[in-house]
Design a protein. Structure first.
Length: 336
């Protein structure tokens, strides 16, 4: 099969960061599905790993978002059949989706939405799993429009995770949702997604909150530059509020959370697959429910840019966009 991989990590992106390679088509065993990949999306994790992780031997194939068709199943598979159209974010410890075929455990896979094409679907899995787990597993926000009203601030809300998270929060909870963005087009994007207010994260968040007569927030989800915003986050959170984050702060003084008794929640969507947790199948279940919400018109795709075919040139372009921190929504490639 054809795949796109690399021999060594490249901190500085260049024309040699990826190359076309030929690999044996893998065989499905146990809970594995062999999926023929139709479309992928590219995420910040791809750029981080390309920059920092060299393969132990041979080429490393990355990519953790895909939609495709099941072509073979392992002997323990019970959730899917050959021919099913599926979507998933995969497993950080296994070979990625930048290939014509990929093995993935059925317990982290969902049937793809029927109302979206492959490119629109590929934009969804990783960010949707991250957003869902942030809201409902880490922060344990009630999934009910009748729940006690509460408020959520999402820092960096116009990116891939934020774009799906604000939709889930508005549609499935009783939260007032405030997002942050610094560019005019990102503000418009968030307004289209239904946020109640938008703050500019290049300015004082607490000053803007006061100007808009917003109370302190019950929850803050920080999706980027958490270390830069930490003092402001503490200011805008209520006493006994909850902070969740997904990024990798260069430094983080947890003692600053003590006076307000703020609780801290990390989200890493690969934990379930990496450690084969007892509740690993929760990702299958949430992707299944998400597809139903999409097909009902409740949630829409977060596709930002379709960059063309799955090729070395277009993968490099996607990584350039990600590293510029100027992307809105998701970056998708389709077909070999």
């Amino acid at each position: 099969m054809k795949a796109i991989g690399y021999l060594a990590a490249t901190k500085t992106l260049n024309e040699q960061s990826f190359e076309i390679i030929e690999l044996p088509t893998p065989m499905a065993h146990d809970h594995d599905l062999l999926v023929e990949v139709k479309a992928i999306s590219v995420n910040p994790v791809d750029a981080k790993i390309r920059a920092n992780v060299s393969p132990d031997e041979g080429h490393k194939v990355i990519g953790w978002d895909a939609v495709g068709i099941v072509r073979a199943v392992g002997d323990k598979v019970s959730l899917f059949n050959i021919g099913d159209r599926v979507y998933y974010a995969g497993d950080l410890t296994r070979s990625g989706s930048n290939a014509e075929f990929q093995l993935v455990d059925e317990r982290i896979v969902g049937r793809a939405p029927t109302t979206l094409n492959d490119a629109q679907t590929a934009a969804l899995p990783l960010t949707s799993i991250t957003a869902w787990e942030l809201l409902f597993d880490r922060l344990q926000i009630p999934r009910s429009s009748d729940a006690k009203p509460a408020s959520l601030l999402v820092i960096g809300a116009a990116g891939g995770v934020g774009s799906i998270l604000v939709q889930l929060a508005k549609k499935l909870t009783n939260l007032t949702v405030v997002g942050t963005a610094a560019r005019a087009q990102s503000v418009t994007w968030l307004q289209e997604l239904g946020v109640d207010q938008v703050l500019d994260h290049s300015q004082s968040l607490d000053t803007q909150r006061a100007q808009l007569k917003l109370t302190e927030f019950d929850y803050v989800i920080s999706l980027t530059h958490t270390d830069q915003h930490l003092d402001e986050i503490i200011q805008v959170l209520k006493p006994q509020g909850k902070l969740a984050l997904i990024d990798d702060p260069a430094s983080f003084d947890i003692l600053k959370l003590k006076r307000k008794s703020i609780s801290l929640h990390w989200e890493f969507m690969y934990t379930r697959s990496m450690y084969q947790t007892d509740d690993m199948i929760a990702q299958h279940q949430l992707l299944t429910e998400l597809a139903e919400l999409i097909d009902a018109g409740t949630i829409k795709t977060t596709l930002g840019q379709h960059l063309g075919k799955i090729s070395v040139e277009n993968l490099i372009k996607a990584h350039q966009i990600l590293e510029s921190h100027q992307s809105r929504g998701k970056l998708v490639l389709e077909g070999f």
